[in-house]
Design a protein around this ligand. Structure first.
Ligand code: NAP
Length: 303
């Protein structure tokens, strides 16, 4: 992989611990502005579609997954802690992202929520902790005041080492610009909806310019990509599946991606994206599929 997102790509072979069944899994990483390396592919765990303990354990022990994306909102922190423990992997072999829900925004509440989430998952720190959404759910405060106050707490959690990196999710350029005025740590990551139908190129350019790693969620558009003739054609040409094409497309664009499945065979399939390359004409055809649709949330109206 070359230079992407203005950050360095590093190919890492994730170390096997006492796991003989885990295949070597060369997952590239993207470098954050503080030097940390986030694996470019992770496993999503949102509440949509449920949770499977066996599938998470399988992802960790048989597919080489080392990056898990979760949130307090998804309601599976404790279950994930159990799956991680059962996998036998050590904490420092994993990249764990968690997210702070707006109901917990505010200086004191943020600190408490983060420590509570750590304890739910049975860990001492998160690799990445994100403000989930730019809107405050607390009456009596403007969104902008609440974001600044919450961010101050995240900066302290970062300095204390409870979070190795901090970031935001669903933030648009104006939210990031405003935060820039008051913050001392620029968000390391912005996690935003990203798939062939939703390519926020202006936001991506802004993040690249500011040294904020752009991470994409809902890479399969929650299943909508499977009906697209162009994606199916490209999949046929490469003898791959439409899911693999979309995940590979994110990765080739330098975007960290976190597809979710609760089915073992699909998780395995979604991880098999490093043994082929999309050609320029495929990348261009996928790049033309943007139609602006959101399958998750649209933060456009949040001031
Ligand atoms: N920050 C945010 O606000 C935010 C918002 C949304 C999502 N996220 C994160 O991003 C993750 C991924 O996004 P998402 O869950 O919304 O959607 P997604 O990953 O785009 O799609 C998930 C859907 O695709 C199906 N699927 C997965 N792999 C498949 C395959 N190989 N073949 C066929 N179907 C497949 C899954 O069904 P099965 O489970 O039945 O396989 C599920 O219905 C979330 O889990 C969450 O961690 C973050």
């Amino acid at each position: 992989m070359g230079e992407r997102q203005g950050t360095l790509w590093k190919k890492t072979t994730i170390q096997r611990r006492s796991m003989t069944s885990v295949p070597d899994f060369n997952c590239p990483t993207v470098q954050l502005s503080n030097g940390l390396q986030i694996p470019v592919l992770g496993l999503g765990t949102s509440h949509d579609g449920g949770y499977s303990h066996d599938a998470v354990v399988f992802a960790l022990t048989h597919c080489g997954v080392r990056h898990i994306d979760t949130a307090k909102r998804y309601g599976c922190e404790r279950k994930l802690g159990k799956a991680i423990q059962e996998s036998g992997l050590s904490r420092d072999d994993l990249w764990l992202t968690n997210k702070l829900w707006p109901g917990d925004y505010g200086y004191k509440a943020t600190k408490k929520a983060c420590l509570d989430s750590c304890s739910e998952m049975g860990v001492d720190y998160f690799d990445l902790y994100l403000m989930h959404w730019p809107e405050s759910l607390k009456p009596g405060y403007s969104n902008s005041e609440m974001r600044a106050e919450t961010w101050r707490a995240l900066e302290e959690l970062y300095k204390e080492g409870v979070c190795r990196a901090i970031g935001v999710s669903n933030f648009l350029v104006h939210h990031l610009e405003e935060l820039k005025d008051s913050c001392s740590v620029v968000p390391h990551v912005n996690q935003v909806e990203y798939h062939p139908f939703q390519q926020p190129s202006h936001l991506m350019d802004y993040c690249r310019k500011e040294g904020i790693v752009f991470e994409g969620y809902s890479p399969l558009a929650k299943g909508q990509v499977f009906n697209c003739p162009i994606i199916n054609q490209i999949a046929k040409k490469h003898a791959r599946t439409p899911a693999q094409i979309c995940i590979r497309w994110s990765i080739q664009n330098g975007v960290v991606t976190i597809p979710k499945s609760i089915k073992k065979n699909r998780i395995q399939e979604n991880c098999q994206v490093f043994g082929f390359k999309l050609q320029e004409e495929d990348m261009n055809a996928l790049g033309r599929l943007h139609d602006g649709r959101h399958v998750s949330w649209d933060p456009t109206s949040i001031i």
